[in-house]
Design a binder for this molecule. Structure first.
Ligand code: PLP
Length: 283
């Protein structure tokens, strides 16, 4: 019998355009060699130009999906994406406590609050639950600078403020924090992106060139999913973040246009389609 791959769970919303959300997570898990399971939190109606709306899955059904996967299949690592409401966050926290997600099973929290177009994906009153209930259980939280402002009220405009924000965010209880500086301009370093990892003692900097593409839909989800994949394989956190950064750099470099708006980052650089376009034969 062939031994199966490690298993990761995403607790996330569906993106009908297929660029972000659970669709990006599952694609990323697959090309990172991990079997992906899903607890769907919300079904969004969206395309490349925006999110027209969403319906939430009942909180008890979100919790039941997590429990069904954990009790039968088993989970090596988990991540959260769009959680939509305070009631869903509370239900997720309760079941995670029951089955050890956030303790023996690493939990990556991507604190999704809005889409790139500015459409809300999290109710305003859910921020409190995210901050006070979910973050203390997180192994890693991966905010961008907009999410940092919402979570800790720090308006990061320099690398010094990025360090200050990391300290403030770590104080909310996540074991590790990764502050993504993608949108940060700081004089001479404009062409570099600096992501800052902090564990309460040490800072680790991950720098890379700023890649010139408008097509970055799903980049936050894909980075967090790649990090989760590495954790599912047993990597330590700094190595898992390094792996995620190398993955997302290639995914952004290969991003493609789709529709009239913001296209998705690409997992395809990792796979060769077994297809001969002359004969239209595949295998
Ligand atoms: N839709 C869903 C369901 C998501 O989970 C996310 C992000 O996590 C988005 C949209 C927004 O993605 P982006 O900010 O890359 O546009």
């Amino acid at each position: 019998m062939i031994a199966g791959p490690p298993v990761a769970l995403t607790i996330a919303g569906s993106d009908s355009g297929g660029g972000a959300g659970l669709q990006a997570d599952l694609r990323t898990f697959t090309v990172c060699g991990v079997h992906g399971c899903v607890a769907v939190t919300a079904v969004t109606v969206q395309n490349s130009v925006g999110v027209a709306g969403f319906v939430e899955v009942p909180p008890s059904t979100v919790a039941d999906q997590i429990r069904a996967v954990a009790t039968d299949i088993g989970i090596a690592a988990a991540k959260t994406g769009m959680l939509a409401s305070a009631a869903i966050i509370s239900a997720v926290v309760e079941v995670c406590d029951d089955i050890g997600i956030g303790r023996s099973v690493p939990l990556v929290v991507d604190p999704v609050a809005a889409s790139m177009h500015g459409d809300p994906l999290l109710a305003n009153d859910a921020l409190t639950a995210l901050r006070s209930e979910l973050l203390p259980r997180a192994t890693l939280v991966t905010p961008n600078l907009d999410e940092v402002r919402l979570l800790v009220g720090v308006d990061v405009g320099s690398h010094a403020e990025q360090h200050e924000a990391a300290r403030a965010l770590h104080a909310l209880g996540s074991r590790w924090v990764l502050i993504k500086g993608g949108h940060l301009s700081d004089g001479a370093d404009d062409e570099l992106c600096l992501d800052l990892l902090y564990d309460g003692t040490d800072f680790t900097e991950f720098t890379g060139p700023r890649l010139a593409t408008p097509h970055t839909h799903g980049s936050g989800d894909s980075l967090a999913a790649a990090i989760t994949s590495a954790l599912a394989r047993g990597a330590a956190m700094p190595e898992a973040v390094g792996y995620g950064k190398r993955y997302i750099k290639q995914a952004i470099a290969h991003a493609y246009p789709l529709g009239a708006g913001i296209g998705p980052v690409s997992p395809f650089w990792r796979v060769q389609p077994p297809w001969d376009s002359a004969t239209h034969q595949g295998y």
